[in-house]
Design a protein around this ligand. Sequence first.
Ligand code: SDX
Length: 389
Amino acid sequence: MSVAPTGFRPGLEGVPATQSAISNIDGQRGILSYRGYRIEDLAARSSFLETAYLLIWGELPDPEKLRDFQYDVQMHRRVSFRIRDMLKCFPASGHPMDALQASAASLGLFYANRALDDEDYIRGAVMRLLAKIPTMLAAFHMIRRGQDPIQPRDDLPYASNFLYMLTEREPDPLAARIFDACLVLHAEHTLNASTFSARVTASTLTDPYAVVASAVGTLAGPLHGGANEDVLLMLEEIGSEDRVEDFLDEAISARRKVMGFGHREYKVKDPRASILQGLAENLFDRFGHDKMYDVACRLEAVASERLGPKGIYPNVDFYSGLVYRKLGIPTDLFTPVFALARAAGWLAHWKEQLGANRIYRPTQLYTGASERDWLPLEQRCGDNEVPTG
Ligand code: SDX
């Protein structure tokens, strides 16, 4: 990519826009670590809340700190009836990401006292958002189906409680464990687009609810978190392994992006994709196979041949939808689940930004008209014909 004389890089590709100690990616070797711990270890051995604590406060919690953190989050799971009533006013046909963005922002109405230099305020905001996002998301899902929301259960761990509020059934322990691992995998990923949004919003010293709402809106796009929903729709469109090559040939000749493939940082397979494949296979062994997985594996094999030389391989979104579908999560909740997990990373970056803040205000290369005199209405004609109202 040619660099304009003043360092302009479309999409800020390769431009460091902050200094951060939260996570790190080695895109050439396919390595991801949170606060120095490899994602493979965290996905296999940590829980989402333990990982969230690590991301936000920088160290793995000791048993007492973890117990207190889990208890605090549990005690903040309920939401005001006003939020439930607000969710009832949303159209049932609306996308859950829009409902999540609106409800996250609405928390700023209920917790308006902003004290960004107060550690207790920061901890309180972290608890509320991590605790209430699952409750609000599950509540919207039940309400759009014409049912009353299910109250959170204090006796269930984080991942189990979300699946319970979504399905009215306590999840199988293996399903809950695998879902919790998915949340760990999606919790953080350096300065991706939605995290960058979070930091820009945080840098103005607005409230953390606006920060998360800004990030949710960014994650919703199909080039970012929205891809996991599109991958499943793509696999269904392909339908069978023998149609993979034709699909791919057509996509490449039409220069259409293959959803779930490619990454700005990774030029090899996203390590999270490999871990998610293992989780998917565990679920299929236990709860039955999904033939879309065979289509996905075939697509990965053929696409890696055709697109691999350009550094285009599966990313985190390629297999996650197959795991969520086997867990009984509806397709249009895949991206909201991504947001639910990434709230931990967004909050870690919010806290880090506050610690060494300078408002984001980059510059631009002006490409517009040079200075010119005002043109009275009656003198404007020709190409710029003014519509006569
Ligand atoms: C996430 O940033 C993060 O960390 C994000 C994320 C996280 O955890 O937060 O990892 C989560 O968002 C994963 C990405 C999910 N999105 C998709 O799967 C959508 C499909 N992927 C592409 O849109 C794309 O790969 C991006 C957006 C992910 C990355 O885009 P870049 O780095 O801007 O690359 P590009 O669009 O400039 O493409 C470079 C070349 C182009 O070819 P040429 O014009 O040079 O010939 O690679 C091609 C592109 O056409 N290319 C693809 C492709 N992705 C890039 N070709 C086919 N299929 C693809 N998926």
